[in-house]
Design a protein around this ligand. Structure first.
Ligand code: FEO
Length: 171
């Protein structure tokens, strides 16, 4: 049976992952509205990955004989002004998710729940990769600018992103 404090923070993390999916979907809709189909696709793929992140936590709690507690998901922001500002918001958001994952790691260690401490390592690595990928896009936007022909090419690049499912068993 999983430690109750650890169970609680994992349930809070499920909520954050599903909120992340909502946020990326809101961004996907925004990019679609302004005609950037590749940006829209990229953020939609990310939304799917966020659902996977939530489901991995869901399945882990069940495997540890805990109780899944699905909490209300906040409405995402709609303050998107342009692609660079939106990707800066993504980076800020992912840094906050990284901080919350660190809290899960710290609490599981404090509670001597070494299984969860080990489990959460996958998320620590995933956050490094996510922040780096987002930073690459921000650098591209800042280095090459956002004139229409440049945005067109970046949009084509982002359209190439492929969704790879992650699950509890194959993460
Ligand atoms: Fe699931 Fe983007 O962190």
């Amino acid at each position: 049976m999983i430690n109750k404090k650890v169970e609680d923070i994992l349930n809070a993390q499920i909520n954050k992952e599903f909120y992340s999916a909502y946020l990326y979907l809101a961004m996907s809709a925004y990019f679609d509205e302004i005609g950037l189909k590749g940006f829209s696709h990229w953020t939609k793929v990310q939304a799917k990955e966020e659902v996977d992140h939530g489901m991995i936590l869901f399945d882990y709690i069940i495997e540890r004989d805990g109780n899944v507690d699905l909490r209300q998901i906040e409405s995402p922001s709609k303050n998107f002004e342009n692609p660079t500002q939106t990707f800066e918001l993504i980076l800020e958001h992912e840094k906050s998710v990284t901080d919350s994952i660190k809290c899960v790691a710290e609490l599981s260690e404090d509670e001597c729940d070494m299984a969860t401490r080990h489990f959460i390592n996958w998320y620590i690595t995933e956050q490094v990769e996510e922040e780096a990928t987002v930073l690459d896009v921000i650098k591209m936007l800042k280095m090459f600018g956002t004139d229409t022909p440049i945005l067109y090419h970046i949009d084509k690049e982002l359209a190439k992103r492929e969704y790879k499912e992650h699950s509890y068993k194959n993460k």
